[in-house]
Write a protein that binds this ligand. Sequence first.
Ligand code: GLY
Length: 376
Amino acid sequence: MAVTNPPPVRVELSGRSYDVQIGQGLLDDAIVQARDFIEPYAGRKVPVVADVNARKHHGERFAASLASDGYEIAWYDVAPGESSKSWESLERLTDWLLGLGITRSDHVFALGGGVVGDLVGFACSVLKRGCGFVQLPTTLLSQVDSSVGGKTAINTRAGKNLIGAFHQPSLVLADTQTLDTLPDREMRAGYAEVLKYGLLGDAEFFTWLEENGTRVLAREREALNEAVATSIRAKARIVAEDERETSGVRALLNLGHTFGHALEAETGFSDQLLHGEAVALGMVLAARYSARRGELSEADAERAATAIAGSGLPSEISELGMDCKGQRLVDHMLHDKKMESSGTLPFLLLRGLGEAYMARDVDLADVAAFLDEELK
Ligand code: GLY
């Protein structure tokens, strides 16, 4: 049975609203979906910055769609991995774009996961004081999170994403067919961010995921499109309400990220623990810590842990083989971007499944004691 693609999601931002198209085969139809941003390249090549693996798997479909209307691509390859989000990569990429004569009204295409999206988005935020870009996310994590909402950044020696800008794309084409070639581990890591939308604000979606998560992870088209579309709708609503993370609403998207960031730092931001895996563990810890504060029932905290473990994601920090104390993880938290000058670290906790809130009264010594228990 043919599966109909979900309707596009509009990210409503005054004067800068844009669509996120979701569904199977969108790259095959790119010339139609992205015509407004391709037509200005008549007589010139269309600049596409691509993760080398994304280009290998999906570049041909995109190129064929453009070729059907006579457009050629100027490809720029980006090596996979966080090391591509560097000052050096930014310099090389902006030099290349300037060499192509990109103008402020042009759009650069980003094909790949979060690394490419963040690098291209940031490059376009500064190129000639800002040109346009179109996101073509090819990982689950980038489709449901990083390609939508305009956070762009590179890493520095001092930490991840410390240099960046809010710069919204003009269009996002989330072709869920690209997920067919995504390694299972990366699929699960992206799925952690899908579960996050249920846990932070949509109990009904969380229950749906408990029942349908296996179908989503198996990439059954209907379930996958539904999970991606529901996640993107949630993200679009939050971004429209608090684009620059000033009112506290967008900060809810950081559920699991404070604990998760400490775990990523302790494991050296390496393949030992992918970002999504750290977020999964971080959400279990946030749920259990909420239960410790008496704000969430133990049963609900374990329901969250079971949903995470049941999707093949890590859920117990005691199983990571980390030889460290809770205080050491808290020390990593002190370097978190969210740390305030007053010495307060806001924590995203749960009052219920589907009800995250920001707590500003968390005692870090108590967090260290809690983590000591979890590490046993
Ligand atoms: N990934 C969190 C945000 O976009 O705000």
